[in-house]
Design a protein around this ligand. Sequence first.
Ligand SMILES: NC(=O)c1ccc[n+]([C@@H]2O[C@H](COP(=O)([O-])OP(=O)(O)OC[C@H]3O[C@@H](n4cnc5c(N)ncnc54)[C@H](OP(=O)(O)O)[C@@H]3O)[C@@H](O)[C@H]2O)c1
Length: 319
Amino acid sequence: MRYRTPTYNRRSFLAHATGIGAAVAAGSLLPLEEAQAASGPMLTRPIPSSGERIPVIGMGSWVTFNVGEDIAVRTARADVLKTFFAQGGGMVDSSPMYGSAQDVIGWSLRHLQAQGMSTDSLFSATKVWTPVFEKGPGQMAQARRLWGLNRFDLMQVHNLVDWEEHLQTLAADKEAGRVRYVGITTSHGRRHGDFAAIMENHPLDFVQFTYNILDREAEARLLPLAAERGIGVIINRPFRRRGLINQFAGKPLPEWAGEIGATSWPQFLLKFVVSHPAVTCAIPATSQIPHMVENMGVGRGPMPDAGMRARMVRHVEAL
Ligand SMILES: NC(=O)c1ccc[n+]([C@@H]2O[C@H](COP(=O)([O-])OP(=O)(O)OC[C@H]3O[C@@H](n4cnc5c(N)ncnc54)[C@H](OP(=O)(O)O)[C@@H]3O)[C@@H](O)[C@H]2O)c1
């Protein structure tokens, strides 16, 4: 895997993870090595359960990749994916809930491979989403066929649907090598109490939930709990499905946005999300190459520290 980190042995990783936990608790600065990495190539973060590193900006696919059969539109999405990889992207997140998105992702991967492009940096993440437990394995096998993979990097239980049963299947799949990591998802701040209870009582590699500069409920419990339990965090809806971008469009960026390397509102918003010390990666969705380039730029350059993050919140709340 491209983003494995040979520099982390178990001891140094645990020290790092503990540092993140302490930083979250104290609301202090990001770890030094991350501040140093920010000025170089795409920032990566370790998956707590393994130490393998993944880029802090991934890609969502809800709506944007649910484009059906039209070859011209599929080709346009393949070009977005090509840009994602070219810019150092890793995680692509999807779900059987997203219509044709998984089909289009698989088509796009084959399209890029046929052009001689490497898709090796893909960190494949999808979900199981059915209330009928017995249908789970078939749905996941179908996902492997659609993406053209023998195994997924990450399989998540979508929106906690039938989570108890599906997590048993996922544990067996992990054991059998059909999936490398397992997780659960929610969004829109739903069911955080249930979500936290599962995080406390079940072995999970990842959790996925909503967090953005105006939806910060996760700061109270889910983010500190993930850091404490050593669970990777994927953030969905970083733009509130474009709502935040529309809300701030037309308002000038604060002049100090340059201090955190943000040259636009989308970059300002994403910098806020991925600079939380417990966040492993965010998965903004886009159908447009310029937006992809803009979003991927967030993984480079300076990151806001705790003081700057508080300033960012004060600023947008006053707009
Ligand atoms: N329960 C769950 O498991 C769950 C729930 C929700 C979401 N998710 C996952 O999280 C992903 C992200 O969430 P989301 O898709 O709801 O919302 P989002 O990423 O917050 O917003 C996506 C929207 O933002 C626009 N956008 C992206 N980058 C932009 C830029 N630089 N400038 C201007 N507009 C930009 C996109 O439009 P353009 O196409 O025009 O760029 C798109 O309409 C989903 O795609 C999905 O994979 C999971």
